[in-house]
Design a protein around this ligand. Sequence first.
Ligand code: NAD
Length: 496
Amino acid sequence: MIDKLRVSKKGRIGNWIGGEHSQSQADAFLPIFTPYTGESIGEVSLGGRSDLDRAVAAAEAAFPGWKNTHIKDRVQVMFRLKTLLENDIDELANLASLECGKLLDEAKAGILKGIEILEYACSVPNMIAGDFQEVSRGITCRFSREPLGVIASIAPFNFPNMVPMWTLPIALVCGNVAILKPSEQVPLSAIRLAELFHEAGLPAGVLNVVNGGVEMVEAICDHPGIAAVSFVGSSKVARIVYARAAAAGKPVLALGGAKNHLIVMDDADPDFAPEQIVNSVTGCAGQRCMAASTIVAVGNCDGLIEKMVSYAKGFDLGRSMGAIINAPSVDRITSYIDGAESGGAKVLVDGRGLKPVAELAGCENGYWIGPTILDHVRPDMPAACEEIFGPVMSIVRVNTLEEALALENKSAYGNAAAIFTSSGAPADYLLEHASAGMIGINIGVPVPREPFSFGGWNDSKFGSGDITGQDGVNFWTKKKKITTKWVSPKNPNWMS
Ligand code: NAD
């Protein structure tokens, strides 16, 4: 694998506009690093308004043609894209792994979830037939769904394929044209995705990719030619984007960060729960918004915790867990561990300073932290209540389920909450009382499958509705309500 990473120099990454690669007019560029080695593998343009103007113009030019393409024909592009993604899954996973630090299987899982949304999008024509009713004698009401126009999707680093695919297939099938702004840390997958959409037959200009950072995001929020925005990233930025784009009159759906609480009851299955819980914390090196982070142990869970510790100690970096996105993130995660330790928490498994397995020779200077388990974390410690976004489990001990739910409810976030138990009553209690949008019962990463949509509550989401499923269709369309009454003409010449 490392050989593949080494030879994969990608050069300068610009934009994808009007169905082709397009140089940026930016004069600033950012190195792209592979987290595996810390080496630069290319650089990405940090564009702004002038790049965006060109992308919006290309999208606007494509809109009438795409909007007037029958939805059943728009869907054919998605069917072809599904085949292309399935055929190219290894190459795409390599790319995501290279720029994001994921294990290959994790990168593949992100693409497969994207394919799932694609399949959902292919069923949209069957679902949006609409309602029709004779509301009064001779008068009928129905509605049609109209696309919004040029829409934008702003994505984070941690799922280079999946997050763009939360938005693009549904928005495009609904007749919109799109601008994708990937994270400047992972621009490679987005450009490849645009090439594949093109190969699948998407007309030029229907999907454009603009690269950049803060300046580009601000330009998207303000641009009068952009009708609506979806954002996925940290809560701090989600709040900014939500406010700025809404002030410019756009519908916005902004998904933010998370601090997911996972409650462990002492009757949780000892052969099943410990591994599931550790996997939830450490999958994607803890860099996913659905990761369990604060583990609330109710009663005597010592035996379960011992099993978690022995399982986590068996991890090989680079084989059972991938890398951290960049050096500042390694520092941030380390400082949470340091802070909890100096505040009195017990470090049961210590991932600080851990290096990848020997077979990844050459990766020692990459960005690594091993699985870490902190016990007896106090609920007011930053490790228990702030998003660490790394493979760190903070165990808080409580005596009752009520205390556990009170802690979960106090969190500003509300993406996911889960429980591991062998009894129905505690699970029902969690269901009733958790303040989170996605609930797991004996499931560590409770990502709903389609057609159930994806989205959290509280500071984990700004805006209404969820990002996939029927909510995606609702967000990316506007309804036109049509009331009809035909008055019979006098002496119609078409009657005998
Ligand atoms: P981020 O907020 O730093 O960046 C997200 C996007 O915003 C990027 O495209 C970036 O260029 C842009 N951006 C960054 N700072 C900005 C600013 N000040 N003003 C305007 N735009 C700005 O997030 P990230 O580090 O790329 O991703 C990790 C975060 O995303 C975590 O908090 C994670 O929980 C969250 N996330 C949430 C979900 C979800 O579904 N709720 C899914 C994936 C990731």
